[in-house]
Design a protein around this ligand. Structure first.
Ligand code: PLP
Ligand code: LYS
Length: 438
């Protein structure tokens, strides 16, 4: 079921015309489909909870903690929270947003290599499900923070299983030299050390080996190693109640081979790590949000260079709105919002920012476009708006959430006055900045 499709000669999101949205809200703008978010969460959660081997000893379904770094818009979070989804967070800001959007504290996990004391204290006081500890100094600080609060901190240790994978070297996290997690050997010794501590409750282990993983092989390898470490901990007389397997399963961006299916992922997981008598956690981000969102942009003009003959499609969206192509050479399918004809041309698609890197794609065959036409960057719901900035003093693109034939602005575009009001000119310049004339 695709919730972004052509109806009446224009691309729609559910039953809302993207042309009408662009005309009403202005471009560039992000548009998300509630139905797609819900479907992705439910397909994933159901595939895992239907495996008896992945249910806990108390018959609980796995905790699906959406990695909200992928898209932390409150409307998106509230949509997922209403379905029973949890949240994987990496900052106090994310925990606060998750709670406010309706995610219960006992469905929130807190990951990240550099949690501050204040963030740990906030998480503990709010009673979140667990902290995913990533290093020895972090565990030492957690013990101190919990002691100061007179609390017991439930935590898992993130093991770096030495299996790196992912769509780009900058989004690989499980390799032995990446900053994430610690070696199994160190994790096992820390775990044992924490077992008798009055303020620490070691609950289990975690891993997350990378993002945009298309093949199940590296995941299977990592999960199999995780099973071994659970067994080893138990053989050492330690209790292991939880296993967090991270996120990372890739999505189709329509330029690579298809990723493994959710059904195959669930089968593989049940085989590799099922029946361990633990409560499982999964942290999918991209899988839930990527294909639930598009970035709509308008063609400012088409510039044909006389010397090279290159055709530049100059858009009103730029790398500040969608950074992935500039940062990771990421591919996004770019479709005309009006149903395209058969004629095509080769375009370099660029934004107005003063950087050569502000190039979405080069020499791409696309339907012929002209000034004023609208394009949709597909699969932009994850790591899109959240990675936006105001570089070149461009206001953040607004975000719209669609449900059936209804839509709502879930983040308005700031006005120029609002943008400037956030940067007050020092009082010593009032009433007006003195300008040196000589
Ligand atoms: C700890 C952790 N969990 C989950 C995710 C989500 O990854 P993805 O969006 O690839 O599912 C990430 C990001 O890669 C992460 O760092
Ligand atoms: N930002 C990356 C994914 C990072 C994953 C975070 N651990 C992307 O756009 O593909």
């Amino acid at each position: 079921m695709n919730h972004f499709d052509y109806h009446d000669d224009a691309l729609n999101c559910e039953q809302v015309s993207l042309t009408e949205l662009a005309d009403t809200v202005g471009t560039p703008l992000y548009v998300y489909s509630s139905a797609t978010l819900e479907r992705h969460y439910n397909v994933f959660a159901d595939a895992l909870s239907s495996k008896p081997g992945l249910r806990s000893p108390r018959d609980e379904a796995p905790l699906v903690a959406y990695a909200m770094k992928a898209n932390s818009n409150m409307g998106v979070l509230a949509t997922l929270a209403a379905q029973g989804c949890g949240a994987d967070t990496v900052s106090e800001g994310e925990i606060r947003k998750a709670l406010k959007a309706g995610v219960p504290a006992n469905r929130i996990v807190f990951s990240g290599v550099g949690k501050t004391d204040a963030e740990m204290a906030f998480a503990l006081k709010d009673g979140i499900y667990q902290l995913n500890v990533e290093s020895r100094p972090e565990l030492e600080r957690l013990a101190r923070v919990a002691a100061e609060l007179n609390m017991v901190a439930p935590f898992v240790i993130r093991i770096n299983p030495g299996v790196g994978a992912g769509g780009h070297e900058k989004i690989t996290t499980g390799g032995a030299k990446d900053k994430f997690g610690i070696s199994a050997e160190e994790a096992l010794s820390l775990y044992a050390g924490a077992a008798g501590h009055p303020n620490l409750a070691p609950m289990g282990i975690a891993c997350h080996i990378g993002s945009q993983i298309l093949d199940l092989k590296p995941l299977q390898e990592a999960f199999t190693r995780m099973r071994g470490w659970v067994e080893q901990l138990r053989a050492n007389g330690l209790s292991v109640e939880r296993l967090d397997l991270g996120g990372g399963l890739g999505v189709p961006y329509f330029n690579q081979k298809e990723p493994a299916t959710i059904a195959d992922y669930a089968d593989m997981t049940a085989l590799a790590v099922g029946n361990l008598g633990v409560r499982y956690t999964f942290e999918p981000g991209r899988l839930i949000a990527a294909n639930a969102g598009v970035l709509i942009s308008r063609v400012i003009h088409v510039h044909e260079r006389e010397d090279s003959g290159q055709q530049f499609l100059v858009l009103d969206a730029a790398m500040n709105d969608l950074l992935r192509p500039a940062l990771y050479d990421a591919f996004h399918d770019i479709r005309p919002v009006a149903r395209p004809g058969n004629e095509t041309a080769k375009y370099d698609v660029v934004g107005p920012i003063c950087e050569t890197g502000d190039t979405f794609t080069r020499g791409r065959d696309m339907p012929v476009m002209k000034a004023g036409d609208l394009v949709a960057f597909m699969s932009a719901g994850a790591y899109g708006a959240v990675m936006g900035s105001e570089y070149n003093s461009r206001p953040l693109a607004p975000e719209v959430l669609v449900r059936d034939a209804d839509w709502s602005i879930v983040r308005p575009r700031p006005s120029y006055d609002e943008m400037m009001a956030r940067e007050p000119i020092p009082a010593w310049f009032t009433p007006a900045p003195k300008v040196k004339t000589a």
